[in-house]
Design a protein around this ligand. Structure first.
Ligand code: SF4
Length: 236
């Protein structure tokens, strides 16, 4: 498929996704979060819009003295918190590493920045962390403003490969280039929101519900794997 054909497919896909999953409240929620909260949120889930992830962040803030206490808590204990919110307990290690990374640079677990600081200042601050996963940086920046790189986590990559937006194994750069060259900036965040929601509801990792999916006619995986409808038996 040519790049132009992929662009057309992306436009169609995003149009359908946005129609099914209009973005309403997500922005207001992230606007009220601190930078540390957003970093924690982006670390513990690929889907920062899922309400349970937001609740897990709030629970940690409620139950622990501060983020430093979270940093020194055991992975097992933090994993149990994540499990209670149906999040992957394995991400407890990522969370500890991320908090350690901030602590190592700042010598405290807060930053002098808030989510209301200028987007460019926050961007250069986050990019200053060499070990911070790019997906986490892109997620925080996308939640804060009109960021051009869609967060290319496993879930988004899987969706893009299944729907044929990119070749299997093409990599995050191909995906981000396609989105950047095709969609206006203001559409990137609603597209990310809608893809995350679709992956939660229908395009699940192990058992995608292709027969119920409105993208089926436009999806490579769906058209190959979904059971075909049988022709109605002839009568008379
Ligand atoms: S048809 Fe199946 S694989 Fe394609 S987007 Fe829908 S659920 Fe995912």
């Amino acid at each position: 498929m040519t790049f132009k054909q992929r662009q057309n497919r992306l436009k169609k896909t995003v149009l359908l996704l946005k129609k099914h999953y209009p973005m309403r409240r997500a922005k207001a929620t992230s606007d009220t979060m601190s930078l540390i909260q957003l970093l924690v949120l982006a670390t513990i889930t690929e889907d920062p819009y899922v309400p349970s992830a937001m609740q897990a962040v709030r629970r940690m803030e409620r139950d622990y003295v501060d983020w430093n206490e979270v940093r020194v808590s055991s992975s097992h204990e933090l994993g149990e918190v994540l499990k209670a919110y149906r999040l992957d307990p394995e991400r407890a290690n990522d969370l500890k590493s991320m908090l350690q990374m901030i602590f190592g640079r700042e010598n405290k677990l807060s930053t002098d920045l808030t989510s209301s600081d200028s987007f460019d200042i926050i961007k250069s601050y986050l990019l200053g962390y060499e070990n911070c996963p790019r997906r986490v940086v892109d997620t925080v920046l996308m939640l804060l403003g009109e960021h051009r790189d869609i967060p290319a986590g496993d879930q988004v990559m899987r969706f893009a490969e299944r729907t044929g937006l990119i070749e299997a194994g093409a990599g995050a750069n191909s995906l981000q280039l396609l989105f950047k060259k095709t969609l206006p900036t203001q559409d990137l965040r609603p597209a990310h929101f809608a893809i995350c929601r679709h992956c939660r509801e229908l395009c699940r990792e192990k058992t995608p519900l292709c027969t119920k999916c409105f993208l089926l006619p436009h999806c490579d995986y769906g058209t190959r794997h979904a059971p075909k409808k049988r022709a109605a038996p002839a009568t008379g």
